[in-house]
Design a protein around this ligand. Sequence first.
Ligand code: TUI
Length: 300
Amino acid sequence: MISTVIDQTLGLEYPIFQGGMAWVADASLAAVVSNAGGLGLIAAMNSNGEQLRAEIRKCKELTDKPFGVNIMLMSPFADEVSDVVIEEGVKVVTTGAGNPGKYMAKWTEAGIRVIPVVPSVALARKMEKMGAFALIAEGGESGGHVGELTTMALVPQVVDAVSIPVIAAGGICDGRQVAAAFMLGAVGVQVGTRFLVAEECTISQAYKDKVLKAKDIDSVVTGKRLGHPVRSIRNAFTRAYSKGAGVLRIAAREGDVKNGCVLAGQVASMVTKEQPARDIIVEMFTEAEEVLKGAAKWVK
Ligand code: TUI
């Protein structure tokens, strides 16, 4: 059994987080992942305070296991939702797409375990000083908003720079990659793309099919010049290099996978079947255990 400070302190069965995916990670997905032994996360994304409150309450009805909320810091409602997580007694908050510094004191004072996504050593150090419980070091293999570094380069550098736990994200969808993350010094993993095709995930079937059919070089980063690099599956949207309201929603919720933005990571091509979330987690950790046990086979 693989068990680390992450599952032990957060009360999970497995040290795995489900990524806080925009227009994907709703209360139902978060609850299913939490019930399966991981940490489910509700994506606050562009929800206003009351919409997020409703999702949190729904999640509490669907699970009695720990779950968290991911706050996307570029959201116009970030201030509002930063209070709602406190009012609703959310235990874990992850953040993305920015520096959560201005919220750190009030969250940690409220007893929330704050786990920011960091794309660099500099932000990792700042977040540790500000009281982060752990960090998610996310490499640019991931879907969505991406930093410059790869998971392979970023994770060990963040691990060396801080003394709080580090969770690896970006490019992780099977047991070999979980094992590799542990080898780099991480004590947990965050997985997004593979949960897109969880049977319980409520996105459009067209979106799931795009992921299931993706080949190795089908995910591309657009928006670098605009300062918002985003990784998604190549389609008319990525060719038009467009940006606009609703591109995430129309892909995830309406099934317009041509003009919409189909966020997915580089491992989309390794995701080949729909499965219950629980099977995804169990399969990944069973394989990781075997890989880790056999890791010394070339050492004489
Ligand atoms: O946040 C994500 N992934 C996302 S957010 C999102 S919604 C969106 N839609 C349109 C444009 C942009 C976003 C879709 N996917 N992942 C976590 C993540 N955070 N990756 C990289 C970062 C990050 C980048 C810069 C975190 C902090 C940061 O700080 C810069 C600074 O101010 O120091």
